[in-house]
Every structure is written in C-alpha cells, then in structure tokens.
Write a protein that binds this ligand. Structure first.
Ligand code: ADP
Ligand code: MG
Length: 708
C-alpha cells in the first residue's frame, strides 16, 4: 500500500479493549499517535484539534483525482499521466536547486521520474521499491520523463493507483502533510466506524444516506469514486441539515402561534378588488392571490415567498392582499428597499387603492417630522391603513399595533432580522416576502427553507422579448449614438454603471464620469440625469421623476434601478462593464425595459479583454426566461452570487452543491420536519452538535488555523 509504513498503532490501543465504551478510543489525545510528539500535538491543539475524533472530523477541503497508471511505453508528451514502476536507479541532484531523477521500469519499458526543487527527495527511494507517480510527461534529448507532482509507494507493479483521489487538508505548518495522511488513513480504516451518528440515533429511516462513520472513512481514504461520492453526499446532507435547522425550528415556532384575527375574502369581495385594477389579472396572479387569501384566512401566520420574473406583476398581488386586509379593518405594511421604490409603490397605490377607498400613507427618511408625527398618531390609534415605506418603518419608534399583513418587496435587500423586526410590530403577523429573482428550486429550499413558495410563472400579455446585444467598450461612441437616437425619438434610456465614482484599483467607468461625458457629447439634447446611492434620496427621486415625465430622457445610474423601477416608456437599457454583474442581476436590469407596447433593446457593454465573460453575457442574448438564467448563474458562479443568497453567507458549503443536490436538500428538510414533530428543537440541536458541520463551526471559532 502507501508509503505510510507499518499498520496503524490505534488498532492495538489498549483503550479499545474496554468493551461497551466505543467512545474511548476516539477520545484519545493525538499525542498518543505514533509520529505526534509534544510539538506537533501543540500545533494540532492550536488548530482546535485535540483528539482522534477531532482529527477524523477534520475533513479535506480539496480532492485531486488520481488517474489509473499507464504503461511507461505509452506516455504522451505534454499530457498529465500516472505510472507504476520499480525503482532501478536514483540520481540525486548535484546542485541544491537541481532536479532529482529516479528511474523506474515496468513490464514494457522505463521512464525517468524527475523531481524539481526537492533536493532531498532522493533519500525517500530505495532500489526495488514500487512507486506510483503522477505528473506531466516531457521529452528531453529524445527521452520521455515524468515531472512528478505526486508520488506514493505501492505494493506491487500491478497494484494500480493507490486511491481514486488525493485529499488535501488545511494543516498547521508544523504537521507535514505526509504524516497527517498516514495518521488519518490509519484512523479512517480502524476507528471511523465508531463515530456516533446523530442520524442513526434518531428514528429516521436509514437508507437515505451513508452512515456517518463510513462516510468519514471514505472521505479520507478516497478509495474509489462511487464510495467517495456517496460519502460526499452524506456530508452534504449534514451541511444542509445544519443550515436548515434554525430556519425550520423558527418556522415550527411560528406555526405554534395563533393569530388574534383572520381575514376572509369571499368571492364578491375578490370581484370588487379585482375590478379596481386597470388590467385583467393573469392566471398566475389569480392563483397566487388565492394562495395568499387562503393563508390570510388560516389561524396560523402566513410565511410565504412570492417569486416571479421581473415584470410579472408582483406589486398588484401585494396591493390587492393589502387592500383586503385594510378593508377588513386591519393595518398592513409594504416594505421597499429604496426610497425610489417606495415612492413608486405609493403612486401605484394611488391608482389601485384610491378607487377602492383603501387609505394608505408613506414613510421614508424624507418624510418631514410633522407628517411623521401625525402618521404615528394614526397608526397607534389602530386606524386601518396600508403603510408603505423603507427601512424607516422598521425602527422601534414606529408602532403598527394592528399590523396584520407585512409585505417585504425585493426581499434579497433585507436580512432575516429585518423581516423579524417587521413581524414583531404586532402579534402573529402574516408575512409575504417578494423576490424579483426567480429562484431555482434548490436555492429556494436552501435560503427560504422556512417559507412556503408561490411563483408568478406567467407574464402579463403584450410583452415582447427585449432584443439583447453585446458590444465592446471601444464601440462606446456608437452606443452613445444609439442612446441619443432613442431619446430624440421620444423614448427613455437607462444607462447603468457598476460604480459611483472612479476607483484607482479598477478600470471601470463610473456613473458620474459617464453622465458628464454623455452630457458633453449630446450638447444638451437629450438631457442626461444621474441617480446613485451616494446622492440624497430626494435628488434621486427628482431625477427619476424627470426621467419618467420625459424631461430628462436619459438616466445614468448605479444598481439603484435594479430593483423594481417601473417606467413603461423606457425602451433601451445600456449596461456598462456588464461582466461585473451576475446574469441574474443583468436579467433584472433588462427587465426595466420592454414593459410598454414598443419594442425594446438591451445593450451590454463589455470590456474587450475576456472571452469567458463575453461568453457568459451571450447567454442573455439567447435566453429570456429568468428561471433558466438564474439556474445558469447558479451553475457558473455559485450560489453566493445570486441575489438573495449573498446575505445568507452560510451558503458556501464545503461538500454540498446546490446545483446538483436538490434531492438531499429536500431530504434534509423533510427529515428535520419529522424530527421536530417527534422531539423538541433543543434536543435536535444537541444531537446535531456532533455533526461535522457543527464541529467545523466550533473549530473555526475556537482555532487560529481555520480547519477549512
Ligand atoms: P414586478 O413583478 O417586477 O414587481 P410590477 O409589479 O412592477 O412587476 O409590474 C410590472 C408592470 O406590469 C407594471 O407596469 C404593472 O402595472 C403591469 N402589470 C401587472 N400585472 C398586469 C396584468 N395582469 N396585465 C397587464 N399589466 C400588468
Ligand atoms: Mg417589483
């Protein structure tokens, strides 16, 4: 087998002989292992690793696949390859920086293994030993050689590869990887099976995933791909369980509370509400409203996520639900992430709620003190109304004692705590959170494991797909000409930049600079407006109002327009340095146009130097379905980049893959629900304390060397 030498010491440890106390061997100090003296034990301890159990649960962070060996006669120069050979000759390096050469032979021929920058490596080899070596095949003076990246000793010429993969760990400097590998492999073979499995101790059906001990053994040994993947899945499952537990426990908590009042919407009332809209509801909007009304009528609080592509009409759903609640003499709140958006919702409310006689008011940072005070008095007296606002309505001073329904728009801009603060304004509040990013099912389960999910999977009629093209930055002048032409013909143009002002580190065009340049280029016609996060909310609102009214038909901005802004006259969206944004965010931006009857376009301007990013942008040229785009983004960039999961930093799993492991996520959710029915949350938390992710978290907070 490997160069690890004689069999493991732990298998003969006296502590293991105590019957019925399987925990004991796992509790041994690492210093009891051969090769771990006081200095190394101290280094391990500094990294939070004290016992054999800790070492077993300190998992690899990376795996390098080990290919099957090839006959030496068949090596192809320029490729990576592995061989197994018998050592025939060792030529130590003559200079300190020189290469060491070890010749090996198999049945068909010989090849030189070459080790660069490892002056002492020669002493590890003896003639007649069998070695597996992996490296890049080269040719020198007509002879092939292997520039070795990894080698291990094996038992015989026909041993094959020593494992399916080589695991890599984050280790203290004082611990040589080869020593660690020997220790952990031996422990994996002998003691891993004795690890407690919280899952086996519960009464969950067993077959779903591998027992923990076997998974841990396999993840260190990496013996074959099938087993390795089964092990990875078990660890992924534990990661999901760990991540979902607080969400699902909170959810169970909510379900145990009872609402003081329910709101029932009968068919006549529904008809009255619907008739107030200037358009007919789509089938999807109708279905979602049914779901929301059913939740309102239920005794336990609503806990629902509504997601739908940009422009699918979430606002109408939110306003009709709020109207029903206010007409039933309760209070409702609609929370928006920006003042721009709160203002826009207020305008929409004027159109939809006024005809219904439903009172509403708005509260943002810009609301004058007098108005604020008056509003506070109305709210505190319990007057039924819809309160529309920004973060300003989250502060504790703002009392909404009869709050029945809270709607959070563009939820990805808010954290779980902010939701909680809104919910805490009254008892057992119904919560509807809305997300403009269509969310792949996996992500919805992972991020919103605590929510029911409704989808607006149908667009209002009359939309035409936005014709999308990718241009290079050096074509910016022709893009500027396009902008001018559209604006002069009576259209409106959004221009979005990644940054507010120039930055020295990054070669990106800033909003302020571009606005100035365009204004100079257009010589006053069309006029160019500016909106970004560093301006006052009033300035941004004024710029948007001028844009909407057509007085300033070109609006240069940062991502403040990403969320929700609705200007049906806008027909051109230009995104500068588009590669800086995720596909989902770009799709969002593109959704700002194409809302009216006129055909719309989106121009993505890319820096000319990176073909990969160009390729990524090309996805948007062909694809118009937000869900497909979000799924692609998930596959390409990982969940951290998708709007909605960023705030939930926990989504960087070690073993789980959100794009691949939907079934495990669903399994974890189902198991947790089952466990929570059978026992209480604290007992589960206790059981899970020995799960690998919980331990990893504990180690990461206690140790100076983070274990991965
Ligand atoms: P989002 O889901 O992105 O928040 P909005 O609620 O802003 O979308 O709606 C986008 C636009 O579609 C708005 O101008 C709105 O008035 C319009 N709209 C919504 N529902 C319908 C419908 N059923 N028929 C026609 N237009 C609709
Ligand atoms: Mg919206």
């Amino acid at each position: 087998m490997s160069r690890s030498g004689p069999p493991a010491k732990p298998s003969t440890e006296p502590t293991r002989e105590l019957p019925g106390t399987p925990g004991r061997a796992l509790d041994q100090a690492l210093s009891s292992l051969r090769g771990v003296g006081p200095a190394r034990a101290a280094a391990f301890a500094a990294a939070g690793l004290q016992t054999v159990r800790d070492l077993l649960l300190h998992l690899p962070t990376k795996f390098t696949p080990l290919p099957h060996p090839q006959p030496t006669a068949r090596l192809e120069p320029g490729k990576d390859a592995a061989v197994v050979g018998r050592v025939t000759r060792i030529v130590p390096s003559r200079r300190r920086q020189g290469a060491t050469r070890v010749d090996v032979e198999d049945d068909r021929g010989t090849v030189s293994l070459v080790f660069f920058h490892q002056p002492h490596v020669g002493s590890a080899f003896t003639r007649g030993a069998f070695v597996y070596a992996l490296g890049r095949v080269g040719v020198r003076d007509g002879k092939t050689f292997l520039a070795v990246g990894h080698y291990e000793f094996v038992a015989a010429l026909d041993s094959g590869r020593p494992a399916a993969a080589l695991p890599a760990y984050v280790l203290p400097d004082a611990v040589p990887p080869r020593l660690h590998r020997r220790l952990v492999r031996d422990l994996a073979r002998t003691l891993a099976v004795e690890l407690d499995d919280w899952r086996a101790a519960s009464d969950l059906p067993g077959a779903a995933v591998l027992p923990l001990g076997r998974a841990i053994a396999a993840i260190h040994e990496c013996a074959d791909e099938v087993e390795l993947d089964a092990a990875r899945r078990r660890l992924a499952y534990d990661e999901f369980v760990h991540h979902l537990r607080p969400l699902i426990a909170a959810r169970a908590q909510v379900e145990r509370t009872t609402k003081p009042d329910v709101v029932r919407v009968d068919a006549d009332e529904f008809e009255r509400l619907r008739a107030a809209l200037p358009f007919a509801l789509t089938r999807a909007q109708r279905r979602v409203l049914d779901e929301v009304f059913a939740d309102l009528a239920r005794g336990t609080p609503m806990h629902r996520l509504l997601h739908g592509d940009v422009g699918s009409g979430k606002t109408a759903v939110a306003l009709l639900a709020a109207a029903a609640v206010v007409r039933a003499k309760h209070q409702a709140a609609l929370l928006a992430p920006t003042a721009l958006l709160a203002d826009q919702h207020e305008r929409t409310a004027r159109r939809i709620l006024e005809p219904l006689g439903v009172p509403f008011a708005s509260l943002t940072a810009a609301t004058p003190a007098r108005a604020r005070k008056e509003l506070a008095a109305r709210l505190e007296s319990g007057e039924p109304l819809l309160l529309i606002g920004t973060h300003a309505l989250l502060v504790e001073r703002v009392k909404i004692p009869k709050l029945r329904l809270a709607v959070v728009d563009e939820q990805h801009r808010f954290g779980v705590q902010q939701r909680g603060r809104l919910r805490a304004k009254a008892s057992a509040v119904d919560l509807l959170v809305m997300s403009a990013t269509p969310i792949p099912r996996t992500l919805a389960l992972a991020v919103f494991g605590d929510l029911e999910v409704s989808a607006l999977d149908e667009m209002p009629p009359g939309r035409t797909p936005v014709a999308t093209s990718v241009r290079e930055r050096r074509e910016l002048k022709t893009v500027a000409d396009d902008i001018r032409d559209v604006a002069r013909a009576g259209g409106r143009v959004f221009v979005v930049c990644p940054l507010v002002a120039e930055s020295e580190q990054q070669d990106l065009i800033a909003a302020e600079t571009l606005a100035k340049k365009l204004a100079a280029y257009f010589k006053g016609s069309p006029a160019v407006g500016l909106a970004h996060g560093r301006r006052k909310p009033e300035e941004n609102a004024a710029a948007l109002a001028a844009f909407q009214a057509g007085r300033v038909p070109v609006l240069v901005s940062t991502l403040v327009v990403e969320v929700g802004v609705d200007v049906p006259e806008a027909t051109l969206m230009v995104v500068v340095d588009a590669a800086r944004f995720g596909l989902a965010a770009l799709h969002q931006l593109r959704g700002r146009v194409g809302r009216g009857a006129r055909a719309s376009r989106c121009i993505l301007v890319a820096k000319d130097d990176k073909p990969e990013s160009r390729e990524r942008l090309d996805v948007l040229v062909d694809e118009h379905d937000g869900l497909v785009i979000a799924q692609k983004d998930l596959e390409v960039r990982g969940p951290g980049q998708i709007a909605g999961s960023r705030q939930h930093g926990v989504l960087d799993f070690g073993f789980a893959d959100l794009a691949r492991d939907v079934d495990l996520l669903a399994q974890a959710q189902q198991d947790l629900r089952r466990l929570l029915e059978a026992t209480d949350a604290r007992a589960i938390e206790h059981a899970l304390r020995s799960s690998p992710p919980a331990l990893r978290e504990r180690l990461a907070t206690t140790a100076s060397v983070g274990p991965g």
